[in-house]
Every structure is written in C-alpha cells, then in structure tokens.
Design a protein around this ligand. Structure first.
Ligand SMILES: Cc1cc2nc3c(=O)[nH]c(=O)nc-3n(C[C@H](O)[C@H](O)[C@H](O)COP(=O)(O)OP(=O)(O)OC[C@H]3O[C@@H](n4cnc5c(N)ncnc54)[C@H](O)[C@@H]3O)c2cc1C
Length: 532
C-alpha cells in the first residue's frame, strides 16, 4: 500500500490545479487518481474537437439524467469529461468568471473569505491572458486564454442587433461589469485548447513528489472512525488502496464527488441504509442542491451561405478551414462552437444580468451533434440564477455504476417565467434591423410557438443542459451544508471536497474558471491548515 501526504480523487479541472499547487514546494507528496485515461486524443486539443468528444465513449462519461418531470419526462444527456483535465478537456472553452455579486452572495451567506475581493486574486493568479495584465487580469498564470482572432459577419450582425436593443458592445465579460455583447475569450493558446491538464498538470508532471494514476476508479474513501485515511480504487478489475498521511481531497466533480461520499457512508442516513451502507456520518445535504443552467436553443435558417454548416458541407471549404488552422492556427477549428456572448436583464427586478446567450454560427439538433443540412445558426439562451433544485443519489451500491441524477428543471414558477421571457427576448433580437436580413426563418421553436404556454412547451420539449451541474456538496454552516468554508467535510476529519459541487449557488456564467479559482484558493487553505 502506497502512502502520500495527500490523495486527490479526480484528475479533472480542479484535480490538476491541486496536483500542481500542492507539489510546488517539493515538501509534500501527492497521488492523484483519475478514472479515465491520459489526454492523448488529438481532438481534445484542437478546439473544434468539442464535437468529437461530446459523445466519445472513452473521454466522456456520457451520463443521462433520470426522466425529468419538468422536461416532458425526458432523460437529458449530461456529458462530463473523463481522463486527465476532466471536463476542461472537452468543454466549450468559454472563459467567463460570473458576476462579483455571485461571490458576495456566497460570503453574505456566511462563507468567510469567498467574497469577490477575496476570490479575485485567485482568478488573476490562475490567468494567462494574452492581452496582458491589468488590475483585474493576469498574464502569467497557467490557464491560458485568448481572443477569437477572426470576426464573423453573422456575429457582427448579432452584436449590432443587441446594440439596437440597448446592450453595449464589450470586449471583456470578466472585468467586473458583465452586461454587454461581444466575442467570448477562450481557454486556448496559439490555436490549441488549454485544459487544466495542459496548463497545470503538464508542468508539474516531472516532479518526484507527484504520482498520477490514470485508469484508477476510486470506489470509496477509507475511514478510521470519522477520519479519512486513504482511498480504495479499482484498476483493471483489481482493487487497490492508497493511504493519505494528511488528507483525502475529492475532486471528482458535481456528480461523482457526492456519489463517493455516499459510497463511503457519508450522506443522508435513510438513503445509505436503503443500500445497506453503514452510516459513518449522517449528512443530509450530500447530493442535494443540484443546480444547472438550462439552455434553450433557438435555431435560425440563414439567408446567406456563410455559416459553419456551409463550411463543413463543402469539401473545399473544409479543406480551407483545415489549412487555416494548420498554417495560421485560426478559423473555425480554433474555436469551440460558440463565439458570441450576451449578458442582459429581462426581469425588471434584476440589478445585474439575468440571462446569457451563446451564439454559434452553426446549428444542430443537439450541441455537438451533426450540423443541419442548411445554412443555420443558433442563439442559445439561459437563465443565469435558476431557482430549481434537483439532487444526485445512489442508483446502486455498485461504485462503477452511474449515480441517479434528477435536475428538476423548470420546477419553479420563477424559472418557467424566465424561460418564456428569455425566448421572447431572443425573438426581439432576431427581429432587429441588423439581424433580420440574415434570417430566412425560425427553424426552432418555429412560427407555431407564440403563446406563453407554447413557448414553455418548447422549453420542456427541447431544453438541454449547458453543462454546469453544481452545488451537490454545498459549502455553508447550516445543517444541510456538506463542507465548511475551508471545504472540509463537516464532521469528518482529513477530508475535503474541491470542485464544482461546493458552490452554494450557481455562478452567473460558465463554470470552468470559477472551478479553477476554487481549486487555487483551496490549495492555499490546505497548505495553511497543514502549517497550523
Ligand atoms: C461539454 C461541456 C461543455 C462545457 N463548456 C464550458 C465552457 O465553455 N466554459 C466553461 O467555463 N465551462 C464549461 N463547462 C463546464 C466546466 O467545464 C465544468 O464545470 C468544470 O470543468 C467542472 O470541473 P470539476 O473539477 O468540478 O469536474 P471535472 O472537470 O469533470 O473533473 C472530475 C474528474 O474526476 C474524475 N472522476 C470522477 N469520478 C471518479 C472516480 N470515482 N475515481 C477517479 N476519478 C473520478 C473524472 O473522470 C474527471 O476527470 C462545460 C462542461 C462540459 C461537460
């Protein structure tokens, strides 16, 4: 049995950050267990490969939710990255931090040290922005981010249309004021994806105090009474153990960190007992508080053959975009799918943006699926601070089985009102002078959806995840909280959770940069706590 100071479970977004930071001084040893493989697949690294990894059986867990009553009983496809870099290896590369108010809300709820002023230094420390450093940005951090080099006629028309509606153009959604319309920055460097495996793990890989075990599926946390002492994992059918002198850190993501706690006897006692798992610590909040952004995708037929659908349908245009990437590291291959963004308000009571758009110059039935055989583009809109709450539970005591996931999308009046308001706003945008000339027709929802009920029916029939499940090991000080504000599992010694699951409330935007910030901050807390 091997022994290390720290054992990290999950070599994903947060795991790779922790592996780097905790081994930096050379004094502590770390073992990181990752269920998936090394990130050797070429399409992980070329930004447009998003489409290739979206349904990949090896690099993607390819989960499905339970039938969701709010979504016509549909199971919603929930991709999650599998392998080094985790979801940062397969995500849409969009760099958004959320709003300062998101973090101030966490602090106001009693989480000391998580207000915007506290977390901003960690966003800056992590950031390697090609634009250079400023009061709010960093340029030498491991997480590289870049501008989209090319301007697209369609995105320019959308920006001009949003200007007509009073939304100003911005070139920085992360500078403190989020409201605006413009191009996203991406987690790319010179045309290649920058996952946390690229940015954080690769530079640390040669350190003698870091062991990275891939194809190592953790099956439970080993406990001595209420103290975590190590992790049991499975590789190639054999069960093995690794011991942690100081701490075990779960970074398996918002779906599998709560699953591991439950498998280890930490969670709601009635649920554990129903699966015959001895209760180590009755923590009723494990797996609760599941939140996600629901994306509603409006698809338009374009009047001009200028969309990525057209590029991919033509062999010579495909050759050209291939050559563009090969020789200039530019063009559609250097971009994930979405290029344009817009944050604005649709509810009179909102003091800050309450909806976000992702604009893609292509269209498909599902994000990442085969493009439509016509010139099409997508305006995907989501409510930024949903009030619906779901949960993750065990589906079986088998640690290799997927957990049960129930998002309960659209289960509150507020979220249903937002769905309708957001769709109406999107149509207003489509009808602007600047954009209307590019629209040959609305393919989806389509002209028959006009009343509130019809729009809501569209949301239920076609709504999908925008891939941000979080909150299932919520940070806080109340009985339903799972970790405290130093991310220690309440009532268990030497065990932390550091990933998307600790968010008390979902941030107003994409979640990759916030998870990196969480892991950066956690690494400082872990080192400080060890010293004291
Ligand atoms: C398709 C997609 C598109 C997205 N697009 C964007 C975007 O454009 N911008 C953005 O900001 N965010 C985006 N996100 C969200 C963002 O990437 C995630 O919120 C973030 O990466 C989550 O980080 P994490 O560390 O919590 O989990 P992950 O990065 O998912 O890491 C968890 C890791 O743990 C491993 N693991 C799980 N269980 C076990 C086990 N039992 N034993 C060992 N290892 C285990 C997994 O294989 C994985 O590597 C997207 C996500 C997806 C899936």
């Amino acid at each position: 049995m091997d022994t290390y100071d720290y054992v990290i479970v999950g070599g994903g977004t947060a795991g790779c950050v922790l592996a780097n930071r905790l081994t930096a001084t050379g004094s502590d040893s770390v073992c990181m267990l990752e269920a998936g493989p090394e990130d050797r697949y070429l399409w992980i690294h070329i930004p447009i490969g998003y489409g290739k990894t979206m349904f990949h059986p090896v690099y993607n867990w390819g989960f499905e939710t339970d039938p969701d009553p709010g979504m016509d009983g549909r199971r919603i496809y929930w991709p999650r990255g599998r392998g080094l870099g985790g979801s940062s290896s397969i995500n849409g590369l969009i760099y958004v931090r959320g709003q300062p108010e998101d973090y101030d809300r966490w602090a106001l709820a009693g989480n000391r040290g998580w207000g915007w002023r506290d977390v901003l230094p960690y966003f800056i420390r992590s950031e390697g922005n090609e634009r250079g450093a400023s009061a709010t940005h960093g340029d030498d951090g491991p997480l590289r981010c870049s501008d989209i080099a090319d301007r697209h006629e369609l995105i320019e028309a959308i920006i001009a249309g949003a200007n007509e509606l009073g939304v100003p153009r911005t070139d920085d959604f992360n500078g403190g004021v989020q409201e605006g319309v413009g191009y996203y920055q991406l987690f790319t460097h010179k045309g290649w994806r920058c996952s946390t495996a690229d940015g954080y793990l690769k530079p640390a890989r040669g350190r003698r105090n870091l062991a990275v075990e891939t194809d190592a599926h953790a099956t439970r946390v080993l406990l001595d009474g209420a103290r975590a002492t190590g992790v049991e994992f499975r590789r190639g059918g054999a069960s093995r153990r690794v011991t942690a002198r100081r701490e075990v850190i779960l970074a398996a993501g918002a779906l599998q960190s709560p699953q591991l706690l439950l498998l280890s006897g930490i969670g709601p006692a009635p649920q554990l007992q129903s699966f015959g798992i001895p209760v180590v610590r009755d923590l009723p909040g494990v797996g609760e508080n599941l939140q996600d952004h629901l994306q509603l995708r409006l698809i338009y037929r374009c009047t001009k053959p200028i969309t990525t659908n057209d590029d991919l349908a033509s062999w010579w245009r495909s050759m050209k975009i291939g050559a563009d990437w090969l020789f200039r590291r530019k063009g559609p291959l250097a971009i994930g799918i979405n290029q344009g963004g817009l944050f604005t308000r649709v509810m009179p009571h909102s003091a800050t943006p309450d909806i976000q758009f992702h604009f893609a110059t292509l269209s498909a039935d599902l994000a990442g699926a085969k493009p439509h055989p016509f010139s099409g583009f997508t305006m995907s809109v989501c409510q930024l601070r949903p009030t619906s709450r779901g949960q993750v539970r065990l589906a079986s005591p088998d640690p290799l089985a997927a957990p049960s996931m129930q998002p309960r999308y659209l289960s509150t009046d507020e979220d249903r009102s937002y769905a309708v308001a957001a769709l109406r706003y999107a149509r207003k945008l489509a009808a602007t002078r600047a954009l209307a000339p590019y629209i040959a027709g609305e393919f989806r929802p389509g002209a028959t959806a006009q009343s509130d009920d019809e729009l809501l029916a569209f949301a239920r029939a076609w709504g999908a995840t925008i891939f941000h499940p979080s909150g299932t090991c919520r940070m806080g000080g109340d009985p339903m909280a799972v970790v405290d504000d130093r991310l220690r599992v309440r009532g268990v010694e030497a065990l932390r959770v550091v990933d998307c699951s600790i968010m008390p409330t979902l941030v107003s935007g994409n979640t990759n940069a916030p998870v990196v910030m969480i892991a950066e901050k956690a690494s400082d807390m872990i080192v400080e706590d060890a010293r004291s």
